[in-house]
Design a protein around this ligand. Structure first.
Ligand code: ATP
Ligand code: PRP
Ligand code: MG
Length: 209
Protein backbone atom coordinates (compact mmCIF):
# COMPACT_ATOMS: atom_id res chain seq x y z
CA UNK A 1 0.00 0.00 0.00
CA UNK A 2 1.21 3.52 -0.87
CA UNK A 3 -0.04 6.38 1.32
CA UNK A 4 0.00 9.90 -0.12
CA UNK A 5 -0.45 12.92 2.19
CA UNK A 6 -2.36 15.83 0.65
CA UNK A 7 -3.89 18.98 2.12
CA UNK A 8 -7.51 19.94 1.52
CA UNK A 9 -8.21 22.98 -0.63
CA UNK A 10 -6.14 24.22 -3.52
CA UNK A 11 -3.40 21.57 -3.45
CA UNK A 12 -5.98 18.78 -3.38
CA UNK A 13 -8.00 20.40 -6.19
CA UNK A 14 -4.95 20.97 -8.38
CA UNK A 15 -3.40 17.56 -7.65
CA UNK A 16 -6.59 15.62 -8.48
CA UNK A 17 -6.17 15.81 -12.29
CA UNK A 18 -2.50 14.77 -12.04
CA UNK A 19 -3.40 11.82 -9.84
CA UNK A 20 -6.35 10.87 -12.07
CA UNK A 21 -3.97 10.66 -15.04
CA UNK A 22 -2.03 7.94 -13.23
CA UNK A 23 -5.22 6.09 -12.30
CA UNK A 24 -5.56 7.42 -8.74
CA UNK A 25 -9.08 8.75 -8.13
CA UNK A 26 -10.38 9.12 -4.57
CA UNK A 27 -13.59 7.22 -3.90
CA UNK A 28 -14.88 9.78 -1.37
CA UNK A 29 -14.82 13.57 -1.72
CA UNK A 30 -13.19 15.33 1.26
CA UNK A 31 -15.49 18.33 0.72
CA UNK A 32 -18.53 16.28 1.70
CA UNK A 33 -17.05 13.39 3.63
CA UNK A 34 -15.36 13.67 7.05
CA UNK A 35 -13.08 10.67 6.44
CA UNK A 36 -9.37 11.46 6.69
CA UNK A 37 -8.19 8.32 4.90
CA UNK A 38 -9.52 8.15 1.37
CA UNK A 39 -9.46 4.92 -0.58
CA UNK A 40 -8.86 5.36 -4.28
CA UNK A 41 -9.60 3.57 -7.55
CA UNK A 42 -6.19 1.94 -7.13
CA UNK A 43 -6.33 -0.73 -4.42
CA UNK A 44 -2.66 -0.12 -3.60
CA UNK A 45 -2.97 3.66 -3.08
CA UNK A 46 -4.71 5.70 -0.35
CA UNK A 47 -4.74 9.43 0.38
CA UNK A 48 -4.55 10.96 3.85
CA UNK A 49 -6.00 14.45 4.23
CA UNK A 50 -3.99 16.74 6.54
CA UNK A 51 -3.09 20.41 7.09
CA UNK A 52 -0.64 21.74 4.51
CA UNK A 53 2.01 22.48 7.14
CA UNK A 54 1.79 18.92 8.51
CA UNK A 55 2.63 17.19 5.20
CA UNK A 56 6.45 17.20 5.73
CA UNK A 57 5.99 15.79 9.26
CA UNK A 58 3.82 12.87 8.13
CA UNK A 59 6.23 11.99 5.33
CA UNK A 60 9.35 12.44 7.47
CA UNK A 61 8.05 9.94 10.04
CA UNK A 62 6.89 7.51 7.37
CA UNK A 63 3.22 7.92 8.35
CA UNK A 64 2.79 8.69 4.66
CA UNK A 65 5.14 7.37 1.96
CA UNK A 66 4.62 10.39 -0.25
CA UNK A 67 3.21 13.87 0.12
CA UNK A 68 2.36 16.96 -1.84
CA UNK A 69 3.47 20.24 -0.28
CA UNK A 70 4.25 23.83 -1.26
CA UNK A 71 7.92 24.78 -1.53
CA UNK A 72 7.14 27.49 1.08
CA UNK A 73 6.07 24.85 3.58
CA UNK A 74 9.04 22.60 2.79
CA UNK A 75 11.58 25.40 3.22
CA UNK A 76 10.01 26.62 6.43
CA UNK A 77 9.83 23.09 7.85
CA UNK A 78 13.40 22.28 6.84
CA UNK A 79 12.77 19.17 4.79
CA UNK A 80 16.36 17.92 4.35
CA UNK A 81 15.28 14.49 5.54
CA UNK A 82 12.87 14.06 2.59
CA UNK A 83 13.42 13.38 -1.06
CA UNK A 84 11.92 16.05 -3.28
CA UNK A 85 12.08 14.43 -6.71
CA UNK A 86 9.35 16.27 -8.59
CA UNK A 87 8.04 19.80 -9.11
CA UNK A 88 4.33 19.27 -9.79
CA UNK A 89 4.03 22.84 -11.03
CA UNK A 90 0.68 23.34 -9.24
CA UNK A 91 -0.44 25.92 -6.64
CA UNK A 92 1.99 28.40 -8.13
CA UNK A 93 2.47 31.74 -6.44
CA UNK A 94 5.23 34.05 -5.20
CA UNK A 95 6.62 34.63 -1.74
CA UNK A 96 6.98 38.39 -1.33
CA UNK A 97 7.38 41.17 1.14
CA UNK A 98 4.49 43.63 1.16
CA UNK A 99 3.78 46.89 2.93
CA UNK A 100 1.16 49.62 3.07
CA UNK A 101 1.03 51.39 -0.29
CA UNK A 102 2.07 54.69 1.35
CA UNK A 103 4.76 53.23 3.61
CA UNK A 104 8.37 54.38 3.01
CA UNK A 105 11.05 51.80 2.10
CA UNK A 106 12.42 49.88 5.11
CA UNK A 107 14.85 51.86 7.22
CA UNK A 108 16.76 50.76 10.33
CA UNK A 109 15.30 47.91 12.34
CA UNK A 110 11.93 46.82 10.98
CA UNK A 111 9.12 44.63 12.29
CA UNK A 112 7.91 41.88 9.98
CA UNK A 113 4.78 39.76 10.49
CA UNK A 114 4.72 36.35 8.84
CA UNK A 115 4.06 32.66 9.23
CA UNK A 116 7.38 32.05 7.44
CA UNK A 117 9.73 32.91 10.33
CA UNK A 118 12.76 30.97 9.11
CA UNK A 119 12.48 32.07 5.49
CA UNK A 120 11.99 35.70 6.54
CA UNK A 121 14.96 35.64 8.93
CA UNK A 122 17.19 34.26 6.22
CA UNK A 123 15.91 36.69 3.60
CA UNK A 124 16.34 39.87 5.66
CA UNK A 125 19.79 38.73 6.86
CA UNK A 126 20.81 38.22 3.22
CA UNK A 127 19.67 41.79 2.47
CA UNK A 128 21.56 43.21 5.46
CA UNK A 129 18.27 44.42 6.97
CA UNK A 130 17.72 44.14 10.72
CA UNK A 131 14.31 42.58 11.20
CA UNK A 132 12.28 41.58 14.23
CA UNK A 133 10.03 38.75 13.07
CA UNK A 134 6.56 38.38 14.58
CA UNK A 135 5.08 34.92 14.06
CA UNK A 136 1.46 34.84 12.92
CA UNK A 137 -0.67 31.90 11.77
CA UNK A 138 -2.84 33.77 9.24
CA UNK A 139 -4.33 37.12 8.17
CA UNK A 140 -0.82 38.54 7.86
CA UNK A 141 -2.20 41.37 5.70
CA UNK A 142 -3.83 42.86 8.77
CA UNK A 143 -0.55 43.43 10.63
CA UNK A 144 0.64 46.62 8.83
CA UNK A 145 -2.88 48.08 9.01
CA UNK A 146 -3.08 47.93 12.79
CA UNK A 147 0.52 48.88 13.54
CA UNK A 148 1.68 45.39 14.46
CA UNK A 149 4.39 45.35 11.79
CA UNK A 150 6.02 47.53 9.12
CA UNK A 151 5.69 44.84 6.50
CA UNK A 152 4.74 41.21 5.93
CA UNK A 153 6.18 38.20 4.18
CA UNK A 154 3.36 36.25 2.51
CA UNK A 155 2.24 34.45 -0.63
CA UNK A 156 0.95 36.51 -3.53
CA UNK A 157 -0.88 35.17 -6.55
CA UNK A 158 -3.32 37.63 -8.16
CA UNK A 159 -2.44 40.41 -5.68
CA UNK A 160 -6.15 40.77 -4.82
CA UNK A 161 -5.64 40.18 -1.10
CA UNK A 162 -2.94 42.85 -0.90
CA UNK A 163 -4.97 45.37 -2.93
CA UNK A 164 -8.10 44.78 -0.86
CA UNK A 165 -6.09 45.76 2.21
CA UNK A 166 -4.28 48.81 0.79
CA UNK A 167 -0.99 46.95 0.68
CA UNK A 168 1.40 46.56 -2.24
CA UNK A 169 3.97 43.90 -3.14
CA UNK A 170 7.56 45.04 -2.59
CA UNK A 171 10.41 42.49 -2.82
CA UNK A 172 10.10 39.17 -4.62
CA UNK A 173 11.68 36.49 -2.40
CA UNK A 174 11.03 33.38 -4.50
CA UNK A 175 8.65 31.58 -6.83
CA UNK A 176 6.61 28.83 -5.18
CA UNK A 177 5.01 25.66 -6.52
CA UNK A 178 4.02 22.34 -4.98
CA UNK A 179 6.43 19.43 -4.87
CA UNK A 180 6.09 15.72 -4.49
CA UNK A 181 8.06 14.56 -1.45
CA UNK A 182 9.02 11.01 -0.58
CA UNK A 183 10.00 9.31 2.67
CA UNK A 184 13.59 8.08 2.37
CA UNK A 185 12.99 4.60 3.79
CA UNK A 186 9.87 4.13 1.63
CA UNK A 187 11.89 5.08 -1.43
CA UNK A 188 14.04 1.99 -0.71
CA UNK A 189 11.42 -0.42 0.62
CA UNK A 190 8.72 0.37 -1.93
CA UNK A 191 11.04 1.38 -4.73
CA UNK A 192 9.25 -0.32 -7.58
CA UNK A 193 5.84 1.20 -6.84
CA UNK A 194 7.23 4.66 -6.08
CA UNK A 195 9.64 4.78 -9.01
CA UNK A 196 6.93 3.80 -11.45
CA UNK A 197 4.52 6.41 -10.03
CA UNK A 198 7.22 9.11 -10.22
CA UNK A 199 8.04 8.13 -13.75
CA UNK A 200 4.43 8.38 -14.94
CA UNK A 201 3.80 11.67 -13.13
CA UNK A 202 7.01 13.16 -14.49
CA UNK A 203 6.15 12.26 -18.08
CA UNK A 204 2.65 13.74 -17.78
CA UNK A 205 3.96 16.95 -16.20
CA UNK A 206 6.68 17.34 -18.81
CA UNK A 207 4.01 17.14 -21.52
CA UNK A 208 2.11 20.05 -19.99
CA UNK A 209 5.12 22.39 -19.68
P1 ATP B 1 -4.46 26.23 6.37
O1 ATP B 1 -5.72 26.61 5.64
O2 ATP B 1 -4.48 24.84 6.89
O3 ATP B 1 -3.97 27.27 7.33
P2 ATP B 1 -2.84 27.01 4.17
O4 ATP B 1 -3.44 28.38 4.13
O5 ATP B 1 -1.35 26.93 4.23
O6 ATP B 1 -3.35 26.10 5.30
P3 ATP B 1 -3.57 26.57 1.43
O7 ATP B 1 -4.05 27.96 1.32
O8 ATP B 1 -4.34 25.47 0.79
O9 ATP B 1 -3.36 26.15 2.92
O10 ATP B 1 -2.10 26.58 0.85
C1 ATP B 1 -1.39 25.41 0.56
C2 ATP B 1 -0.21 25.76 -0.34
O11 ATP B 1 -0.70 26.29 -1.58
C3 ATP B 1 0.73 26.81 0.23
O12 ATP B 1 1.70 26.22 1.05
C4 ATP B 1 1.30 27.41 -1.04
O13 ATP B 1 2.37 26.61 -1.51
C5 ATP B 1 0.14 27.33 -2.02
N1 ATP B 1 -0.68 28.56 -2.05
C6 ATP B 1 -1.18 29.24 -0.99
N2 ATP B 1 -1.88 30.33 -1.37
C7 ATP B 1 -1.84 30.33 -2.73
C8 ATP B 1 -2.40 31.19 -3.72
N3 ATP B 1 -3.12 32.25 -3.40
N4 ATP B 1 -2.21 30.87 -5.02
C9 ATP B 1 -1.49 29.78 -5.36
N5 ATP B 1 -0.92 28.95 -4.46
C10 ATP B 1 -1.09 29.21 -3.16
C1 PRP C 1 -3.40 32.93 0.30
C2 PRP C 1 -2.27 33.78 0.86
C3 PRP C 1 -2.69 35.19 0.53
C4 PRP C 1 -3.52 35.00 -0.74
C5 PRP C 1 -2.78 35.50 -1.93
O1 PRP C 1 -4.49 32.96 1.17
O2 PRP C 1 -2.08 33.56 2.25
O3 PRP C 1 -3.45 35.78 1.55
O4 PRP C 1 -3.73 33.59 -0.91
O5 PRP C 1 -3.50 35.26 -3.12
P1 PRP C 1 -3.94 36.48 -4.05
O6 PRP C 1 -2.68 37.27 -4.34
O7 PRP C 1 -4.49 35.82 -5.27
O8 PRP C 1 -4.95 37.28 -3.31
P2 PRP C 1 -5.65 31.83 1.06
O9 PRP C 1 -6.53 32.10 -0.10
O10 PRP C 1 -4.99 30.51 1.09
O11 PRP C 1 -6.44 32.06 2.38
P3 PRP C 1 -6.03 31.64 3.89
O12 PRP C 1 -5.79 32.95 4.56
O13 PRP C 1 -7.22 30.91 4.38
O14 PRP C 1 -4.81 30.79 3.85
MG1 MG D 1 -3.97 29.58 2.54
Amino acid sequence: MLTIAVSKGRIYEEALPLLAEVGIEPIDDPKTCRKLILRTTRDDVQLVIIRATDVPTFVEYGAADLGIAGKDVLLEHGAESLYEPLDLNIARCRLMTAAHKNAPPPYGRIRVATKYVKIAQKYFASQGIQAEIIKLYGSMELAPLVGLADCIVDLVDTGNTLRANDLEPREHIMDISSRLVVNKAAMKMKNQAIASLLDQLEKNIAQKN
